[in-house]
Design a protein around this ligand. Sequence first.
Ligand SMILES: NC(=O)c1ccc[n+]([C@@H]2O[C@H](COP(=O)([O-])OP(=O)(O)OC[C@H]3O[C@@H](n4cnc5c(N)ncnc54)[C@H](OP(=O)(O)O)[C@@H]3O)[C@@H](O)[C@H]2O)c1
Length: 253
Amino acid sequence: MDLHIKGKKALVMASSKGLGKAVAFELAREGVNVLICSRTEKDLQVAQAEIIEQTGGKVHYAVGDVTTSEGRTSILNKAKEVFGSTDILVTNAGGPPAGSFEDHSLEQWEAAYKLLLESTVAMIQGVLPGMKDQKWGRIITITSQAIKQPVNGLILSNSVRASLLGLVKTLSNELGQYNITVNNVLPGYTETERLIQLRGDASNWDAFTNDVPLGRVAQPEEFAAAVTFLASQRAAYITGVSLPVDGGWIKGI
Ligand SMILES: NC(=O)c1ccc[n+]([C@@H]2O[C@H](COP(=O)([O-])OP(=O)(O)OC[C@H]3O[C@@H](n4cnc5c(N)ncnc54)[C@H](OP(=O)(O)O)[C@@H]3O)[C@@H](O)[C@H]2O)c1
């Protein structure tokens, strides 16, 4: 299927590794120009070189912490410099610390809000005027399967990420008139560095795969394929959805 997005310009947040990097890869394979970002320049340089080598695409990078206004400004300035206006925004960030209710101070709740919600809202604010002017845009948030079925011991993630459900649906209602779609993609257990660290020394994936009907964790490119489709012209009539890519892990209907 030709996704009809060749030549579009995409800003993918938190993308030197893991899910964000896989999304940047997949978009570049479709001929999309990508801007990747994270806090660590050497990882960005490695990711940029890999994506260019394997896709022949145009890849830029910006160093910045998405939890700070300075970091976001420098990423958005780079996007203006290399793209003019951004067609596709994929929001993403690291995950908040694990723990139960009594493990976390109010400061940790505030940090989780900054990481997951404030970073998303601020980056959308940054690219929205250009998308409205051109009457075309794709906004895709990366959240987690935990927003539909809370994971024990991840109270910060379960709680703060759930606010993205309301944001995405409301924004999709407001922005449809500008031909901007807004969707949310919920990764299940996906084999990134983060999950490999969470797995610890265990020699198998049982703790993650026991409740997954497909019986395995996802590969990052399987997640990225769903994001890339939603970013495409072929998904022009899909907006306001929260799509799990979880191998069937969420039990609700
Ligand atoms: N993998 C899974 O199974 C899974 C499942 C559900 C949800 N998620 C969520 O999906 C998100 C991505 O996970 P992942 O598995 O791809 O993680 P990962 O492999 O650890 O990659 C995280 C990426 O985000 C960047 N990053 C982290 N904090 C940042 C910040 N403050 N500003 C800018 N960039 C930042 C990292 O680079 P720097 O550290 O150099 O900045 C890195 O490029 C996380 O929120 C995670 O909780 C993952």
